[in-house]
Design a protein around this ligand. Sequence first.
Ligand code: SAH
Length: 224
Amino acid sequence: MSSSSGGHGIGMTSARTRERLVQRLAAGGIHNEAVLERIRAVPRHLFIDEALASRAYEDSALPIGLGQTISQPYIVALMTQALLDGSGARRLEKVLEVGTGCGYQTAVLAPLVGQLFTIERLAGLQRAARQRLAGLGLGNVRFRHGDGFEGWPGQAPFDGILVTAAPADVPPALVEQLAPGGRLVIPVGPAGNQELLRISRHAGGVEREHLSWVSFVPLLEGKG
Ligand code: SAH
């Protein structure tokens, strides 16, 4: 990173710096153009502490306080692509996200789906994310302070569910809240040994695909 200016200075947020990140993700196998365009468009530096803003367009996870992290851009892109790919020309109308955190994944995904419902267990993080996303003009997002293990029963079924923290096992409520043809993208397993799965619900049952090995904070029971 060549920029040395502090705060939200020009160098670190320049089009060129963002483009370098997009090229890196494309080289790493992100082929969905709509996803790459969102990575290009979303100002990731606004989702993290100013002290870390110079690292916003590096392809790494960063701390956001309260022991939580902003996900690595490659993983955000991979999960978004896994959710969208294979749905053909059909737009995913209702999508649930578990683990809003700072709201970066929410911002990447929201314009690519009809309506995005997002759950966060920590009220402080959720409040900040809500403000940021409103500031970016993303109007199709609904927020809930709650426990993502339970999903969002009042809004189910969902065409897609994306989980950004790792439980030990796939929460049954989330599979139950998938519409027929819907898919769930979720990291599962203990720290140091988590796999990213795509679980698709068909008339005949449930299909489970391995996507990658990953490292997420744990999905914790109950509200914070
Ligand atoms: N999506 C974020 C990363 C979130 S980190 C991004 O784009 O960078 C994971 C988040 O999941 C944390 O904010 C954590 O508080 C939240 N979380 C953990 N367990 C949860 C649960 N049971 N329900 C809802 N949110 C949960």
